[in-house]
Design a protein around this ligand. Structure first.
Ligand code: DX5
Ligand code: ZN
Length: 221
């Protein structure tokens, strides 16, 4: 089984001290940071541009920065976030007119390439894309906001995605994003996920170190 990764979504951090919050959550045991980029067009919310990513990169030279683009179009911002120090960039296939071109663009810029799959989006959209993918991000809420409830029907979809990955390209990482908490993370892992993105499930808790160790113990890490 591949290594399990817990990634902290900075969307729920205290924005007034983002670098401090990011350092604290990594110190507490988060493996990477997840940067939710929203454009008030693809989703009805507005968050971070490449400027924030490059500012974090200056503070955190070794941290894996996972950028989740919820924007349309994606082309220009892929360049911007790659230049800003992203390690991985995922986008939603609905936001691209040429998914293969954009996946190749991400890799060409030296980043890992991922696709984010909304709860209503069929896994059929992945046909013929496997060779271009390093990761899949299964959305377990409708994208746009933190603190939503995990949609339980997505569990079966995670299992289906895991089976497809095993068949087509076992090295692809399978992330789950939205409503992940310590009371469901074990079930999500059992369904086949290996990467867990948590915003409010970490940042809205009192003690990040305690929370991360509880999450790790749920995962038997
Ligand atoms: C939703 C974002 C998620 C979200 C996770 O559009 O992609 O990353 O911030 O937040 P929680 O863990 O609070 O659901
Ligand atoms: Zn996200």
């Amino acid at each position: 089984m591949s290594e399990l990764i817990i990634s902290a979504s900075i969307l729920s951090a205290d924005m007034g001290c983002l670098a401090k919050e990011s350092a604290a959550v990594l110190q507490a045991g988060a493996d990477s940071l997840h940067i939710d980029v929203m454009d008030n067009h693809f989703v009805p919310n507005l968050t971070f541009g490449p400027l924030v990513c490059s500012a974090l990169r200056k503070h955190l030279s070794k941290t894996f920065l996972d950028v989740h683009l919820m924007v349309n179009p994606v082309d220009h911002l892929i360049n911007g976030f790659a230049a800003a120090g992203a390690d991985q960039i995922s986008f939603h296939p609905e936001a691209s007119t040429d998914v293969v071109k954009n996946l190749k663009q991400i890799r060409h810029l030296g980043c890992k390439a991922g696709l984010a799959i909304n709860p209503q989006t069929s896994l059929n959209c992945l046909d013929n894309l496997w060779e271009h993918l390093d990761s899949l991000l299964m959305m377990s809420v409708n994208p746009g906001f933190a603190e939503q409830h995990f949609i339980p029907e997505v569990l079966n979809k995670i299992s289906s995605a895991k089976q497809l990955i095993s068949t087509h390209k076992p090295t692809i990482r399978l992330g789950v994003d939205g409503g992940v908490k310590k009371n469901n993370i074990a079930q999500i892992a059992k369904a086949g996920a290996d990467t867990f993105i948590l915003g409010s499930g970490i940042f809205n808790t009192e003690d990040y170190t305690v929370t991360l160790s509880e999450l790790r113990s749920e995962l038997n890490l």
